[in-house]
Design a protein around this ligand. Structure first.
Ligand code: HEC
Ligand code: HEC
Length: 413
């Protein structure tokens, strides 16, 4: 209370000082009085955040937040699923803390970042990932790069989350991931909200961000979604070439002949004979993984990968893939396995899958079954596979792996 009063008093004093300053400046052109410096208004007003300081050190400076809200993106990037939750620096910063905080699990051992690792484009190199108390995920962890830049609003491999906001609390309440499931004696989401309410740095962060200390599920969703949406990667070789032309079908000056061939194959639809054999044209990848975001077509059905990790069951529900950017890191090394089942380890095998290993099934995308009876046979040559792999590698960025604003802010971890 005292602090608030002092705060109000200082505002009143400040404003009268400022008002008199401006009066002075207007009326003193002939006077010898030197103009009064207006320093006080930019100086942060006597609020300190001791818990933020001791927990995050120089990682988080509330007076100089990292830039999440006004990052530059290329003009050719137009898809955006932000909706009514535009990124602000304060909420994305709070999202960063939540993303890296092991307190979000029942055992204080697992954070979002345990599975979504910055060094692997926020994915995991494990086939499936470890959650709490021996829990395992049932699918491979998805990369989170450029999650914002898609027309598809739904999230997860099977699109079961209607928005990114609704997605973010599902790992928290998943029994095997972070464990606040309300089952088998475990707490539920309300248990977590109460827990976070008792942590001093959250009191300060929520007060700073929202003006009061209340931790709510909606606020967690808003902040986590903003942090995830802020993770962007547009400094690839592909982008350096794309910015110089006005469409993806032109050859890029900075790409090798092989990479340009791979691009053409990726972009161009195949031409099939009556038996679904490709006779000419490209490989048709862009119909579903649409450049320049390389996001999934919202109408896509499954691609014939119907296996389940560590099981003989089948899964026909997977109709989404994360952006195909950053499949590999800057050095060209895989950021983890591919597909929901993690069954494919490299890009060449993924390309080959589309060549002739598609499992026909009731939810297969029609585009992969061109005559309605037979799945496509692309009749790929080794040179074509190699070219598409080379092109996919041009989609690797650099900054996303090292930018501090997406890194772990807990200095004492
Ligand atoms: C135990 C590992 C694990 C933890 C912890 C975890 N995730 Fe995930 N995440 C996954 C897996 C696995 C998937 C894919 C699951 C599926 O589709 O069924 C996924 C999917 C996602 C997606 C969907 C991406 C897309 O393109 O559709 C987002 C977003 C995401 N996680 C964010 C988070 C956030 C935020 C947290 C923390 C609150 C978190 N995850 C915690 C493993 C994890
Ligand atoms: C009919 C739509 C469709 C077409 C055409 C298509 N894909 Fe896919 N792709 C998908 C879907 C859906 C997934 C997610 C599948 C899964 O995990 O089971 C996917 C997954 C992938 C993945 C794995 C992504 C990850 O994060 O693990 C790669 C790589 C890929 N596709 C490359 C290609 C290439 C290369 C082509 C062209 C030869 C192609 N795709 C054509 C729909 C399509």
């Amino acid at each position: 209370m005292k602090r608030v009063n002092r705060f109000l008093v200082s505002i009143v004093i400040l404003s009268s000082v400022i008002m008199s300053c401006s009066k002075l400046e207007q009326s003193t052109t002939t006077s010898t009085t030197p103009p009064v410096a207006v320093v006080p208004i930019t100086t942060p007003i006597a609020t300190t955040y001791p818990a933020i300081k001791s927990t995050f050190g120089s990682e988080i400076d509330v007076n100089n937040l990292a830039n999440y809200a006004n990052q530059t993106k290329p003009t050719y990037i137009t898809k955006d699923n932000t909706g009514n939750n535009p990124i602000t620096n304060a909420k994305a910063t709070l999202g960063r803390v939540l993303f890296y905080d092991k307190n979000l699990s029942v055992t204080n051992t697992i954070s979002c970042s345990s599975c979504h690792k910055q060094e692997f484009a926020f994915s995991d190199t494990a086939l499936v990932s470890n959650g709490v108390l021996g829990g395992l995920t049932t699918r491979h962890t998805m990369r989170l790069v450029n999650a914002r830049f898609s027309n598809e609003l739904k999230f997860f491999w099977d699109e079961r989350a209607a928005s990114l906001e609704l997605q973010t609390t599902q790992p928290i309440t998943n029994h095997d991931e972070m464990g606040f499931s309300g089952q088998l004696g475990r707490g539920n989401i309300n248990t977590l909200l109460t827990k976070l309410q008792g942590i001093d740095y959250y009191n300060e962060l929520f007060k700073f961000t929202y003006g009061d200390i209340n931790v709510t599920q909606a606020r967690l969703q808003e902040c986590l979604a903003q942090f995830v949406r802020s993770i962007q990667s547009f400094d690839s070789k592909y982008d350096a070439g794309r910015v110089l032309v006005n469409n993806d079908n032109a050859n890029f000056n900075n790409l090798t002949a092989t990479e340009n061939l791979g691009k053409t194959l990726f972009m161009t639809p195949p031409v099939f004979d009556a038996n679904s054999n490709r006779v000419t044209g490209g490989l048709g990848c862009n119909a579903c993984h649409r450049s320049p975001e390389f996001d999934i077509d919202p109408n896509s059905r499954n691609n014939g990968v119907i296996a389940v990790a560590n099981s003989n069951a089948t899964d026909l529900t997977v109709t989404r893939a994360p952006s195909l950017r950053d499949l590999v890191n800057t050095a060209g090394t895989m950021n983890g396995r591919l597909m929901h089942s993690g069954g494919i380890r490299d890009i060449a095998t993924a390309v080959s899958h589309y060549g002739g290993f598609i499992n026909d099934n009731a939810n297969l995308d029609n585009r992969l079954k061109p005559n309605g009876r037979n799945v496509q046979k692309l009749n790929l040559t080794a040179a074509e596979i190699n070219a598409v792999v080379s092109f996919m590698k041009t989609l690797a960025g650099t900054n996303v792996y090292v930018d501090k604003k997406w890194s772990d802010p807990f200095v004492n971890n």
